[in-house]
Design a protein around this ligand. Structure first.
Ligand SMILES: N[C@@H](CCC(=O)N[C@@H](CS)C(=O)NCC(=O)O)C(=O)O
Length: 208
């Protein structure tokens, strides 16, 4: 298998963490998004959205990080990240969709305004966008905070794909200045993710 990725992207990192957690063999092929390497014709043939992560497994090409994570679990029977149980899988998928549709896009405003603009010399952060972003962030972070009360992990009593998917965006919380004040459960839960060997070994090297 071969994974096209960009190490600092949370969408990439969570896939790499799953590869490490499951001990799966996979060649990691970084694409430098700052150099627009995702626009190369060979890559566009694999993913016309020009987005990483993208997995190639023989003649099967898969994009969308959460789909890739689920697919990787099918390669490791009896894994506990995505156990073969319809309700548990639906619960995990619920958080993965929630991350993509809501929480990740709320974090995305801060990543764009505070990190990407800096990396690409696109000017100062826009105060109006940050205000709108903070409202959206709090709406969904409040749901996460509430859910985590009395729980170690998002689904059941062990780490699952849900934690890697939702947690992946928190690695940029300080650098991208998410409005984290007042939250207690979210940092507690994320620090448990940070202790996982697979999360540690998936960390981007030499970033900013
Ligand atoms: N929903 C997608 C999002 C992937 C995504 O947003 N990738 C970004 C980097 S974080 C990307 O490749 N951007 C390059 C581009 O849009 O040209 C997933 O979960 O895989």
């Amino acid at each position: 298998m071969k994974l096209y990725h960009f190490p600092i992207s949370p969408n990439s990192r969570r896939v790499v963490a799953v590869l490490h957690h499951l001990n799966l063999e996979c060649e990691l092929h970084p694409l430098d998004l700052m150099q627009r390497e995702q626009m190369q014709p060979e890559f566009l043939n694999l993913n016309p959205n020009h987005m990483i992560p993208t997995l190639v497994d023989g003649d099967f090409v898969l994009w969308e990080s959460n789909a890739i994570m689920q697919y990787l679990c099918s390669k490791a029977p009896n894994n506990t990240l995505f156990p073969v149980n319809p309700r548990i899988q639906a619960d995990i998928a619920r958080w993965q969709f929630w991350q993509t549709g809501h929480f990740g896009s709320a974090c995305g405003t801060f990543i764009f305004e505070h990190l990407i603009k800096k990396m690409r010399n696109l000017g100062e952060a826009d105060a109006v966008e940050l205000l709108k972003g903070a409202e959206k962030f709090r709406r969904f972070a409040d749901v996460l905070e509430q859910h985590l009360k009395g729980r170690d992990w998002l689904v059941g009593d062990t780490v699952t794909l849900a934690d890697f998917s939702v947690g992946s965006f928190l690695d940029l919380a300080t650098m991208a200045k998410y409005p984290m004040d007042g939250y207690v459960e979210i940092p507690r839960w994320y620090s448990a993710i940070e202790q996982l060997p697979a999360w540690q070994s998936s960390a981007p090297k030499n970033f900013m």
